[in-house]
Design a protein around this ligand. Structure first.
Ligand code: HXC
Length: 515
């Protein structure tokens, strides 16, 4: 065969490979609102930037007549490309080929591209759409998952790992996304569970649909396994591009700086946002937008544990991670889920050189039997651990309430915040005035001629003495009391002077966080 014939042969092989599982299987996927694996990759990457690897890999199964089957690319497409000009490694499981099930060669393709991402120090994006371990390949399929989980763990904190769930992701397969940094789901398309509805029915006699068991909403609102929820695949791809604009490509560099922009102060003006009555709630996201460049805020896990808000914004063009109590939801208390949510985000920012800005307004930890029995001690401790461990610049703004453990946990000076400012409206004390007065003036109130009057008077007394920022400022726990409109200026300066912050902790293999 000459070059011409060999080229024709190559093209024929490529045509066969890109057909995937064939027209019928593709139509079945389209009918339920899914794109093909290649379409998904091309939609995420810059036009014409995708370079496919291992297109001609053959599957390794021999049992159950598998040796007679042709599985194009062994059900997964892998390669490199760019997003906004930055390189990434990517793979997408192809459900049209043996249900995207993971056999030995399929796993080898994934682990090869993961190794590549680690060598090149660039992010890895995995699109999951699979029936799980390929049943016909037995232990080799399980081994494949093990190899992926090991690499997920090694890559954690070194390169960003992004999982996109665009189909079923069942059984042990869910643990790869769970080990990665960000999980994206799409309504009606994504399904994640360890044991499916059939098994649950057989073992427990309970009936539940796949959607109600592990659909996109469930993982965005209830379990917290998903970080981004989208109505369609297009919206999901847009979210991925948005996310990668904020994060650095690996743990040795900072996120790409953007041109500096001012906030839209007419729309988001702090004095207009904060209600005159300190007991009235407000949307803390508006405060974030009053601080960030162009008032942009990219929220993460918006639907889960909404009593704390986390996400990225830019200040003077630099990416920062925001952690903020949300007075609109449960008065912004800390509980099991909000502690988990914030702690994980803090560790992400710390791994990837993203300074942290903490906005504080909370009455403390949520009391109650449910919380105690759900492990609020263990989960709440994660937040203390994450803040104490973080060595990126840490900037804290105490806006209103900062009571008890909540004051300490929300990146106080004692957990080594580098810069702490408080507004004149800040109330920093062991507990709220009502509760405090009831305890420390119990006898005076009980024995008074008019106990209600006495209670009011004692609450006022306590408020005057402690419900302000000046006691903490007198001890130097607060560096500055500032007017709210000066908040951005304070943060800009803090970021400028902490550009070379460098802390080396005690020598140890690793700590033992309260996982
Ligand atoms: C081999 C599989 C497969 C699998 C699907 N297929 N899952 N082949 N191994 N795990 C094949 C089907 O036989 C079918 O082939 C094709 O993919 C499409 O599957 P359908 O069932 O027709 O699709 P659908 O009706 O959409 O149902 C999707 C599904 C279902 C819900 C995912 O396929 C399913 O329940 N699959 C099994 C899920 C599972 O239990 N996996 C093992 C998990 S345990 P044909 O030739 O007919 O088109 C696991 C352990 C990992 O993963 C442990 C790591 C620690």
């Amino acid at each position: 065969m000459g070059l011409k014939q060999k080229t024709a042969d190559l093209k024929k092989r490529m045509r066969e490979a890109v057909k995937g599982g064939g027209t019928k299987a593709i139509e079945k996927q389209k009918a339920i609102g899914k794109k093909t694996a290649r379409e998904r990759i091309l939609a995420i990457l810059d036009p014409k930037s995708f370079h496919e690897y291992d297109m001609f890999v053959k599957h390794a199964g021999t049992d159950f007549n598998m040796d007679k089957k042709f599985l194009p690319g062994d059900g997964v497409i892998t390669g490199t490309g760019t997003i906004s000009g930055h390189p990434v490694c990517i793979y997408a499981q192809d459900f049209t080929v043996a249900g995207g099930s993971l056999g030995w060669a399929h796993a080898k393709k994934i682990t090869k591209i993961m190794d590549h991402a680690m060598k090149l120090k660039i992010p890895i994006i995995g699109i999951n759409d699979s029936g799980g371990a390929r049943i016909q390949e037995g232990v080799n399929a399980l081994a494949g998952y093990g190899e992926i989980f090991y690499r997920n763990t090694q890559a954690s904190g070194v390169i960003p790992q992004i999982s996109v769930i665009l189909g079923p992701c069942a059984g042990g397969a869910v643990y790869s996304p769970a080990l990665t940094d960000f999980v994206f789901v799409v309504d009606g398309v994504s399904k994640m569970f360890i044991t499916g509805p059939e098994v649950i029915k057989t073992v427990l006699g309970e009936e539940i649909s796949m959607e109600d068991l592990g659909g996109a909403k469930v993982h965005s609102e209830i379990t917290g396994n998903a970080h981004f929820y989208a109505e369609s695949e297009e919206e999901c791809f847009y979210q991925i591009k948005e996310l990668v604009s904020f994060i650095p490509w690996n743990n040795e560099i900072k996120a790409t700086p953007y041109p500096k922009k001012s906030p839209k102060t007419r729309k988001f003006n702090i004095p207009d946002i904060i209600p005159a009555d300190p007991r009235q709630p407000y949307d803390v996201r508006h405060i974030v937008k009053a601080i960030t460049d162009d008032s942009e805020f990219f929220e993460i896990q918006e639907l889960f544990a909404a009593n704390i808000v986390i996400g990225f914004g830019r200040i003077s063009g630099q990416t920062v991670g925001f952690v903020a109590n949300q007075p609109l939801v449960l008065a912004g208390v800390l509980d099991v889920d909000s502690s988990d949510k914030a702690a994980r985000f803090i560790r992400y920012c710390d791994s990837f050189n993203i300074p942290l800005v903490t906005l504080v307004d909370l009455p403390g930890y949520l009391p109650g039997v449910d919380q105690e029995h759900a492990g609020v001690i263990r989960h709440g401790a994660k937040l203390l651990y994450a803040y104490s461990e973080a060595t990126v610049p840490k900037i804290t703004v105490i806006m209103r309430k900062a009571y008890g453990g909540g004051y300490i946990a929300m990146c106080s000076a004692h957990l080594r915040a580098d810069f702490v400012c408080a507004w004149p409206t800040a109330e920093i004390a062991v507990m709220g005035p009502e509760g405090a007065a009831n305890i420390i003036f119990r006898n005076e109130i009980k024995n008074a001629e008019n106990p209600e009057e006495m209670r009011k008077q004692k609450v006022k007394e306590y408020k005057n003495k402690f419900a302000n920022p000046y006691v903490a400022a007198a001890y130097g726990y607060v560096d500055a009391v500032i007017e709210p409109y000066e908040t951005r200026k304070f943060i800009v300066h803090a970021l400028e002077v902490s550009d070379h912050k460098d802390i080396i902790g005690p020598k140890k293999k690793h700590g033992i966080p309260p996982f």
